[in-house]
Write a protein that binds this ligand. Structure first.
Ligand SMILES: Cc1cc2nc3c(=O)[nH]c(=O)nc-3n(C[C@H](O)[C@H](O)[C@H](O)COP(=O)(O)O)c2cc1C
Length: 220
């Protein structure tokens, strides 16, 4: 790991820019895209829940259907090399089969499993407050997907691939279209966020960010 230079990572982060115009002639290689997906798969998630799925939408007709209800990617969706729709799991309750799968992957059995589930029950009921709104648990799953989103974009930037995260879309319409296409079961999954990847068509404006003193407070 020591061969990774801080300077090159920082340079990639400075160069990363939400890309609104892609070069239609440049496509990401299968190998590079597999690397980006692997970064998503390896991402951390609360309790190891991995409450995500990644739909890679390369079909032109489907992109065309999504475009009118996705104002945030209208300028990019035709030319982006890859479009990823990130789905988040619904109803990932501590007592669901889905959660059972989480426990299995972590090798938790018997008393250790019961103990862990009791902690997660309390966490979901008292802190996420799943009893107050169905949305709370879905939002918790969505938060996890944003970690994968960030890792995919940062990892892409490190190898010179551009991206743009997309929240600018009509959630109901996009969910409905994907359900109609048989790509998601709306009882189980919902769209969390989307992201385009490709190669920028033009150079970017210099980054604007708050100064570090404004956002960091050390407590010693
Ligand atoms: C969660 C999220 C959603 C975003 N949604 C959109 C979007 O729908 N359309 C868009 O053009 N940019 C979108 N952006 C890009 C931001 O506008 C951009 O990251 C921000 O202005 C900072 O610019 P930079 O990424 O080039 O440094 C989104 C960014 C994030 C993190």
């Amino acid at each position: 790991m020591s061969d990774i230079q801080k300077e090159s990572v920082l340079k990639a982060f400075q160069n990363r820019s939400a890309t609104r115009a892609y070069d239609p002639a440049r496509k990401i290689s299968d190998g590079d895209f597999a690397y980006i997906l692997e970064l998503a798969r390896l991402s951390p998630s609360s309790v190891g829940s991995e409450p995500w799925k990644f739909l890679i939408v390369q079909n032109k007709e489907l992109r065309a259907k999504l475009k009118p209800v996705s104002w945030g990617m209208a300028t990019q969706v035709d030319d982006a090399s890859h479009l990823v729709v990130v789905l988040a799991k619904k109803n990932a309750r501590y007592d669901s089969d889905f959660f059972g799968g989480v426990m299995d992957r972590r090798g938790l059995e018997g008393e250790a499993r019961e103990k862990a589930l009791a902690v997660y029950k309390k966490f979901q009921e008292d802190d996420i407050r799943i009893t107050e709104s169905e949305r709370a648990l879905f939002d918790w799953a969505c938060k996890q997907t944003y970690i994968a989103l960030g890792n995919m974009m940062s990892g892409a930037a490190l190898i010179g691939i551009d991206s743009c995260p997309i929240e600018g879309f009509e959630y109901e319409a996009v969910n409905r279209i994907l359900a109609e296409e048989g790509l998601l079961d709306p009882a189980e999954w919902g769209v969390s966020v989307m992201v385009t990847f490709g190669y920028r068509a033009k150079e970017i404006r210099p980054k604007s960010r708050k100064p570090v003193e404004e956002i960091v407070q050390w407590v010693e």
